[in-house]
Design a protein. Structure first.
Length: 418
């Protein structure tokens, strides 16, 4: 596609708005496209790909071009990352930019500082090094720079994985079974899934393999009382409902009316009738007090930094701060303690995040167990083995993109004494 001056300027405007605005990049970019409906599909693709490349590789681009404007950041991206010759861009350039861009093209990129290679802010790089060491931290960081595949979960109530794979193959869509989740299908390329008959009929849902395995750790049985304490838009809720074969009662709690509203169309497609969405004010809501000690299984997919999802949400590494992590850890501890009150004697509690950081993961669980002797740590690997899932990351589940091809996930299983 030829890059016109108009498209280039539009991309600069979009990048400027993305940098100056607040909130998630995907939501802001969607809003920009809604406000600019005349943009065609190729134009939107160029803008989205350019902006996400800049978000992923911002540290390197700013190392080459310190204090660069959004316009110059985009030029640096096109030349250094997309391999475009500066001469091809000269019709789009101002006079002062021509020499600057040729100099930028010639700048060496040897012996880059490790945080620049990792494409992470210094504070986050330091934390990963403390946990994994320099070499492993860099491998992990580079895997987070890649684009995530499109992962799907087959709804057991309405389809079988083999049949889904056969239909995709017939349509020329390259797909493969996931290595761990028995319900998982991974597509090689992105497709317009919302227009596909399998999606419209609720046979498949978008869900990362790591997220699917969280439901497997809860391992709900037919007829049980189960709670998804921080349900969000309900991806794990739907997976739990299918594992329960549409029996028992599954409560989907969340503090956001908007997120629960997003669950409704997914619930309608799924064919599940055992799910009961419940809006709560906070973790101390009276509704929860009335349900104390009544649940066989409780999943706490706690609000977190989301740093395990950087393949999908690269802006998070620039939006989160050390103070945010400290505040999240306090919130996570409060939510876990509140959710634990719902668990009946002999019941199971699963705490999970999509964070990479010990402060949000092991530290929260260790503090909880120290304060709640009625709960004992379980073994995630044993629970997965019982379901014939060939994955052993130790007593806790730790999924990492460079090792497992998933987003970064952490989960700990705890059992309440009889």
């Amino acid at each position: 596609m030829a890059l016109t001056k108009s498209l280039f300027e539009t991309a600069v405007t979009a990048l400027t708005e993305l940098q100056e605005g607040r909130g998630a990049a995907d939501a802001r970019l969607s809003a920009y496209f809604r406000d600019n409906r005349k943009l065609g599909v190729p134009d939107r693709a160029f803008i989205a790909e350019s902006l996400y490349t800049i978000l992923r590789r911002r540290r390197f681009l700013e190392y080459l071009a310190p204090d660069a404007s959004p316009r110059r950041l985009l030029l640096a991206c096109l030349v250094r990352l997309n391999g475009i010759n500066p001469r091809e861009l000269e019709p789009l350039l101002r006079k002062a930019e021509i020499e600057w861009l040729h100099e930028l093209k010639a700048k060496p990129a040897d012996d880059l500082p490790l945080p620049v290679q990792a494409e992470l802010p210094d504070w986050l790089w330091a934390r990963l090094v403390a946990q994994y060491g320099d070499e492993q931290a860099l491998v992990l960081a580079r895997s987070l720079q890649q684009t995530a595949p499109l992962d799907l979960r087959v709804n057991r109530l309405s389809g079988q994985r083999e049949a889904v794979l056969a239909l995709f193959a017939k349509e020329g869509i390259v797909a493969a079974p996931m290595p761990y989740s028995p319900d998982g299908v991974r597509l090689k390329d992105k497709i317009a899934l919302n227009k596909h008959v399998l999606f419209q009929k609720g046979v498949v849902e978008v869900q990362d393999e790591g997220s699917q395995l969280l439901a497997m750790l809860v391992a709900p049985r037919r007829g049980e009382m189960v709670a998804d304490f921080c349900a969000g838009a309900g991806g794990k809720t739907l997976a739990l409902g299918a594992l329960m074969a549409n029996t028992g009662r599954l409560y989907a709690f969340d503090v956001s009316e908007r997120r629960l509203a997003n669950l409704k169309p997914r619930l309608g497609r799924s064919g599940l009738s055992n799910i009961h969405p419940q809006l709560i004010a906070n973790e101390r809501d009276q509704k929860l007090k009335r349900l104390a000690g009544k649940f066989d299984r409780v999943l706490v997919d706690a609000p977190c930094s989301g740093l395990g999802t950087l393949r999908r949400n690269p802006d998070l590494k620039w939006r989160q701060t050390e103070l945010d992590i400290a505040e999240l850890a306090i919130k996570q501890a409060n939510i876990l303690a509140a959710a634990a009150r719902l668990v009946k004697p002999g019941g199971r509690l699963v705490y999970a995040t999509c964070s990479l950081l010990r402060e949000e993961n092991e530290a929260v669980v260790e503090a909880f167990l120290a304060q709640h002797p009625e709960f004992k740590a379980g073994n995630a690997a044993e629970i997965l083995a019982q379901q014939k899932i060939p994955l052993d990351t130790g007593p806790t589940l730790k999924m990492l993109p460079h090792q497992h091809g998933t987003d970064g996930f952490f989960a700990a299983v705890m059992q309440r004494g009889e």
